[in-house]
Structure formats: structure tokens, C-alpha cells
Design a protein around this ligand. Sequence first.
Ligand code: GLN
Length: 538
Amino acid sequence: MAKYIFITGGVVSSLGKGIAAASIGRLLESRGFKVSIQKMDPYINVDPGTMSPFQHGEVFVTDDGAETDLDLGHYERFTSQVSSRSSNYTAGRIYLQVIEKERRGDFLGGTVQVVPHITNEIKDAIQSNAKGSDIAIVEIGGTVGDIESLPFLEAVRQLQLEVGRANAVFIHLTLIPFIRASHELKTKPTQHSVKELRSIGIQPDILLCRTEYAIPRDMKAKIGLFCNVSEEAVITARDVEHVYEVPLYLAQEGLDYILLKYLGLPLNERRLEKWEEFLETLKHPEDTVTIGVVGKYTQYEDSYKSLREALVHGGAASRLGVRLKWVEAEDIENEGPAGPLADVHGILVPGGFGERGVEGKIRAAAYARQQRIPYFGICLGMQLACIEFARSVAGLPGAHSTEFDAGTPHPVFFKLRDLLGDDTYGGNMRLGRCPCELAEGSLAHRAYGVTQIGERHRHRYEYNRAAYLEPLKRAGLEFTGMSPDGKFVEIVELKDHPWFLGCQFHPEFKSRPLSPHPLFRDFVKASHRNRLEREKGA
Ligand code: GLN
């Protein structure tokens, strides 16, 4: 049976519970345990897929096509977990499942209530996801004291009672603010937050205290005393420079040791050498390279979380530091590409929805093609590179995707439904992992080193292969990745260009620090080559 670690949050949101959960996962894996991490989100939306990235950051897509919270991205990057639909539940989904059961008559006319029906559904979701792991980490979203997270907290309180304290521990993440005027760290918010938690029957075993400064020993003793937590279990979680430092920092604080002690698990040796090496490279790169990311939400960096990390991993693979320059697509529309993209060594157009900024992104792709700057187009960025090529090189004026111009004379991209002629995939979005075959000798093949790959998708529009594959091929675009049945165009490349590749899928979701994604790795490398050549020429 799996042992449980429940992580709750107090005082304020955005303390980094996701990173904490992921880091704990890393530490326990580094001691040889099989770990699963799950996120419970208290909001009513059934899945985060339809939520605005402005409000909620990136939608993270799993192999099985679930559109989930971005914290799952941290889990995958920090551990070896491959998340699935059951790694993320919202209150909405729990309620929906219970209501569907009620409609089917499963409750035989009984009164359906939050306790026990909703709480049972939550416990089932947690227990079934924990199967097969030694330790199941469950992050409860929201802040203690919120009305909406109550059913989740009640469910995990019950679960601890059922499995026993030796099999389930509670970690509470809290804030110790530093008051500048009096130069003091303050423990009162933590005391209140723990009091709140205890009032609903949960006694935290470990406190993870976010702070700007180290917490002195006597203050730890005081927090422990007031919160009924042993002093050694009051852990400082100080701000660090790189998120990937967090596991090492928490290890220094003895968190993994305490967890294993409380859970009665053997204290296997901790192996973090590879992780430390990666961090060394991050901190001391041999050179740097600047990548221009042309997007629409560029002021909301959370909406490109995985992308940003994938670039960092890709750079570290060649001991390069990656500097990101977020370029607003509309600035390119207003000023042209040369100004905003003057100082970048590679151009990346990421995924996106909606019309705003589309022409700016098309101009960025044109600029990269003409100026021979490495270009990486992801999903929308791939579609727009094809459209640019159709218009400027293949002689198809007005070419577009029907997403942006329903009456275009050349619909190079159209709806998934138009391609299939039916409603497989629900006719709407292609979601999750799809297989793809790579052409021998292509950039993609050279990057991956194999010809069969599987990558994650999230899009509604598809390349109109029947009408536009041949014309663009004749004009010089290479179709180097296709679905095995030949229906879907997945990767395009440009010959006679240093590095120009567009993919219909989202490779950023599968990049990890210790196994950087090959496309990101090669794109960053090509961009760095561009930098060196440019400097030599100058
Ligand atoms: N809007 C495009 C589509 O739906 C691209 C989506 C994306 O980039 N994820 O196909």
C-alpha cells in the first residue's frame, strides 16, 4: 500500500506549492522510491482546458490528452512521472462524477451530500491514483480557509484516519513575511493558518516556511511550540535563484530525512549527482544565446511555462545559458520585424489561439526564413510558417487557416473535422499523444535519432494535405513528419536554411532537465551557431 504525503497551503496563494510537491517527489525518487504526484484543484471548472491562460497560466497536456493544471508540468520536470487524467482533479469534475452517479440512480434515492458522497469520491480518486507507487504526494490547491477547498481537506483528513498516522503525513506550506520597517520575520500568519487547519481537524506534521531570510533556531522553536509541530519539522524554504535548486535546498534542511522517518520508510542513500551537475551548468554556462519568443501573452510568462523550461533544458544540454526575449506579435505588426528581432539569435513562435497578433507572427516567420535565422514554430507557429511559405514562395496569395479567414481562397489549414470528414476525436481538438514517422536524414530525424516518435497535441486545425501538400512540396517545403496513416502533417522543414522547423505538436511538454527535448536542444544549438557566425562576420 502507498504511503501518503498531503500538501496544503496557508496564508497566501502563489507560495510555490507545486514546486514544493515536485521537489519532494524528486527527493524521494532520489532515495529510490516510486512516487506519484496528484493535484486537487478546488475550482468548479471541470477541466482547466477552457480557462484563460491570462488567469491560470499554461494548460499542461498529458499523454492521454487531459488538459490540466500547470503544476503537473513541474511534477513531470522534477520527477519521472508521466501524468495522466487521474493526476489532476477539480472540484467540478468530482461533483460532476457524483451528480452523474446520482442521475443514474446509483445512490438508490438516498440523500446525496458533501460528506460522505463528495468526500468519498475524492478519496477514491486519491487512492486509485496512488496504486503502484510507494509514496503518493497529493497537493491540495487553494489556501486553507477558502470555502471551496473544504471538501478536499475533509477527505484527506478522513484518509489519514483510515490509513493511520504512520502512513500519511501532512505538510503545510506557509509564509514567514519579513517586515522591512522593523527588520523582523513574523510568525503570526503561520500560527493563524495552522490554527485554521487544526480547527478542521488537521494537525500538520511538517511546516514548510517560505521566507526571504533563514529562520533562526529560536524562531523555529517558537513556531513549533505554537503550531504543535516538532522543531526539526519546521523547515525553511528560502527563496532560491533557480527552481531546480529547491530539492537541494530542502534536502539540506533535512526534509526527506524527516519524511522517511515519519513514514517509517528506510533511509536509502540519496542520489542527486546528475541533478547537481545540471544545476552547475545552469549557474555557470559557457556562453549564452538569445531566443526571441513571438507571442501574444508575452507579459504573462506563466502561460508559456513549459516552453521556457524546455529552452532552459535545451540550452543546458550544450552548456549554454538561454536568454529569452518576449516579443509582442503586435509590435512586429506596428514596427516591422527588424527592430524587435534585431538582437535575437533564434526565433520561436509558440502555440496560440485567436486572431490577434497572427500577422505579426507570420512576419516573424518570413523574417527568419529570409534572414536565415533559426526558426522553431510550435503548433500555431508551425501553421503560420506554412501559411507564410504558401503566400510568399508557393504563389498562393491570401493563403490562410480557416481559423482566421473562413473565406480564404487557399485554406492551407482547416478544421480537424474537415480533414476527417467525421467526428472522430469528438471532431473538435486533437489532444494528447499521437504517433509520428520521421523522414530519414531530416532535421527532426537527426535530432531524435529515431524515426518513430510520439508527441502531445492540442489543436483544432490541421494541414489540408489533400489540396496543399504537393504545391508546397514543389515550392521547397519538406514534410518530414507524418502520422503513420499519412493523414496528418506533423513536421515541416525548410531545405537550404540553417535550421527551420515547425511541428504541429507541443514538444515542450516532454522536456526534462536531465533529458532535454531533442528539438529544443538542436534549435538552441543552431541559434548559438548563428550568434557565433554573426559575430565573426561583424
Ligand atoms: N489555434 C491553432 C489550432 O487550434 C493552434 C493551437 C495551438 O497552437 N495549440 O489548431
